[in-house]
Ligand binder design. Structure first.
Ligand SMILES: [Zn+2]
Length: 389
């Protein structure tokens, strides 16, 4: 049975539709999600959610009282109202996203019960086309992000909602450019070789390489309205160590668990591939901005470094990158747009080449670089050694 909440608004000449499909999400599913979320919150206790963690839950919810039950009709209406408001705003703002060439565009989300918050959103590349971006979405995300706050007189964090879709829509853009198909084709090839030669780690190594570009760019875009983007040197080093550990592993099962948990999408902290891919984007942005003299600021503690400081060599980028410290980069709108345009036009091989050019320009040492062709070759060697043992 069809059960769709639809909101429509013309934006920049495009009739924009937001549709939430609830036909697979029942009152029972909602009750289960509410219970699960409450248990999760109690378990988390007062543990402080990391600001960099995309999976974080609004801390306000920890202190307030959970409602006993929420009616499914209320849930649908509130979800659709608040979600579509944010999306309409996002489409108005994010003009860098060329998501459609048609006069009509629909963002469609099929709401599902996803136990254990295994994922929040999943892009359906096969169902999507120029006029339609199709996703599966977890009901529990709508519950914790939109509906619960309205019951607990807490603030709805619109920035978080927007951040998720500024991320997801980059995947749609990649798909419309045919990038996802090509990457999947190579992934299948690598998977086959990995299986043939018992070199399973190859598969994950290659996946991480392509994710640095796809998830990194999506994350870079998600933070386009943030005050700053962080570069965490320790995160880069931890990513290196985790890749080495992965490539020395023998058991296929252990590899899978390790990859998902410490390198892949379950790790949304500075050591994961999402953050590290974003760091590569920021580095490329700094390089392009320095070349074309577009404004940016770098903050380390109380010190603010400007484009002029870098041009006059008052500070050297390689020195800033080499210390165990957190660097906060604020790009001007123009600097962000230049980097986004350049990176979104290329795939992972060219992306790595851009990044190497950026690092060479700033003379950043190899150990402080997230990923290079040299590092990739060394990791493949580690796999060879592990297999021969
Ligand atoms: Zn993603």
């Amino acid at each position: 049975m069809e059960d769709i909440e639809l909101r429509t608004l013309p934006i920049h000449g495009v009739n924009t539709k937001i549709s939430l499909d609830f036909s697979s999400y029942t009152q029972r599913a909602l009750d289960q999600d509410l219970k699960e979320l409450q248990e999760y919150q109690q378990l988390q206790g007062q543990r402080k959610a990391e600001d960099n963690d995309l999976k974080r839950v609004e801390p306000l919810l920890l202190t307030n009282v959970f409602p006993k039950n929420i009616s499914i009709d209320e849930f649908k209406k509130k979800s659709a109202d608040f979600f579509s408001q944010t999306m309409f705003h996002l489409f108005k703002e994010q003009t860098n996203l060329n998501i459609t060439s048609t006069r009509e565009f629909e963002l469609h989300i099929k709401i599902l019960r996803i136990p254990n918050r295994a994922f929040y959103f999943e892009y359906n590349n096969n169902e999507s086309d120029d006029g339609l971006a199709s996703f599966n979405g977890a009901g529990i995300w709508f519950l914790q992000t939109i509906v619960l706050p309205t019951y607990m007189s807490a603030r709805i964090d619109y920035a978080i909602i927007a951040r998720y879709f500024a991320h997801e829509l980059v995947h749609h853009q990649d798909n419309m450019r045919g990038f996802l198909n090509l990457e999947n084709k190579y992934l299948r090839k690598i998977k086959f070789i990995a299986k043939e030669k018992d070199r399973y780690a190859l598969n994950y190594l290659y996946t991480s390489l392509t994710n640095l570009r796809t998830e990194g760019l999506a994350d870079f875009n998600a933070r386009s309205n943030s005050d700053y983007q962080e570069i965490n040197n320790e995160g880069i080093h931890a990513y290196h160590e985790n890749l080495k550990t992965l490539c020395a592993m023998q058991s296929k099962w252990k590899m899978t668990r390790f990859y998902v948990k410490t390198i892949g999408w379950e790790n949304l902290t500075p050591s994961g591939e999402y953050s590290n891919g974003r760091v590569m984007c920021v580095t490329i942005a700094l390089w392009l901005a320095t070349l074309s003299k577009k404004e940016y600021f770098i903050r380390i503690g109380d010190v603010t470094i400007t484009l002029q400081d870098i041009l006059q060599k008052k500070y050297r980028m390689n020195k800033l990158f080499s210390k165990q410290q957190i660097i906060r980069v604020s790009l001007s709108r123009e600097a962000f747009a230049d980097a986004y345009t350049a990176i979104s036009a290329v795939q992972s091989d060219k992306f790595i080449a851009y990044y190497e050019d950026a690092c060479n320009y700033f003379r950043i040492t190899e150990k402080d670089r997230v990923m290079t062709r040299e590092q990739y070759a060394a990791l493949v060697k580690t796999i060879e050694v592990a297999v021969k043992k």
